[in-house]
Design a protein around this ligand. Structure first.
Ligand code: SAH
Length: 227
């Protein structure tokens, strides 16, 4: 589905992706569909091509966060795999992503068969990713320039919500827009690292919370940026 592996890609990057998948397995990722998606998506194409390209290409398949422009980073592959696994995506799930960034997590969700809505507050990144994702075959996501704190009420409720930036608190609008029975993954904390929270909506205003360890994210900022 989606991205077509070319001969050149196969030769240069297939092996690197296989090794990354092995690393993720060793770190505890079990969901076969998540591993297949990561084994397929050309992560090396998602970076800011204006910074030191060869150096980045070398690191594209190591478990690192790397620059994507506008002062933002692509999440660690382990973080992407972890959040996606915990979301327990079923084909057809309606998923809201907060923080599109370069669209790597968006591509993983599409490969899992989700119907994806994704919000980005940085205009430059939004404009870049809006062109880039369809360019490499990922046309199905609905990408929105906006403030993720407010969610996207017009398409609510969502079966799953994934926040890919560190939030100081859980935005109330996101709690409202999650479907009953739905799951939200959100990193909480304003310091060096954030605590991954898994929320299950068990009733219209009832939630069960699990805390799943420390991760590092860029901050979830208020309001849209003009550039
Ligand atoms: N999902 C991305 C992660 C990018 S980093 C990936 O796969 O690489 C987090 C992104 O969240 C950044 O692009 C940042 O600009 C964006 N962001 C921060 N605060 C936001 C907000 N309030 N609404 C929408 N996006 C936000």
């Amino acid at each position: 589905m989606f991205y077509e592996v070319t001969k050149e890609d196969e030769y240069l990057f297939q092996g690197k992706r296989k090794r990354l998948v092995e690393q993720l397995k060793q770190k505890g990722i079990k969901d076969e569909k998540v591993l297949v998606a990561i084994g397929k998506i050309p992560r090396h194409l998602f970076f800011d091509q204006t910074t030191a390209r060869p150096a980045l290409l070398d690191h594209a398949y190591s478990d690192k966060a790397l620059p994507i422009g506008a002062g933002q980073t692509i999440s660690h592959p382990y973080t992407v795999a972890f959040q996606t696994e915990k979301l327990a995506i079923k084909p057809g799930d309606k998923v809201l992503e907060i923080g599109t960034g370069c669209g790597y997590q968006t591509a993983v969700l599409l490969e899992m068969g989700a119907k994806v809505y994704s919000i980005e507050r940085q205009k430059t990144l939004f404009d870049k990713t809006r062109l880039f994702l369809p360019h490499i075959g990922y046309r199905a996501a609905r990408l929105i320039y906006g403030d993720g704190y407010k969610g996207l009420p017009q398409f609510a409720p969502y079966d799953k919500i994934i926040v890919t930036a560190g939030a100081p608190y859980i935005p109330n609008d996101l709690l409202i827009q999650l479907a009953v029975g739905g799951i939200m993954l959100i990193p909480i904390g304003e310091g060096e690292s954030q605590e991954m929270n898994l929320l299950r909506k068990v009733g219209p205003s009832n939630f069960e919370k699990q805390v799943l360890g420390q991760f590092k994210f860029v901050p979830l900022l208020q309001n849209k940026s003009g550039n």
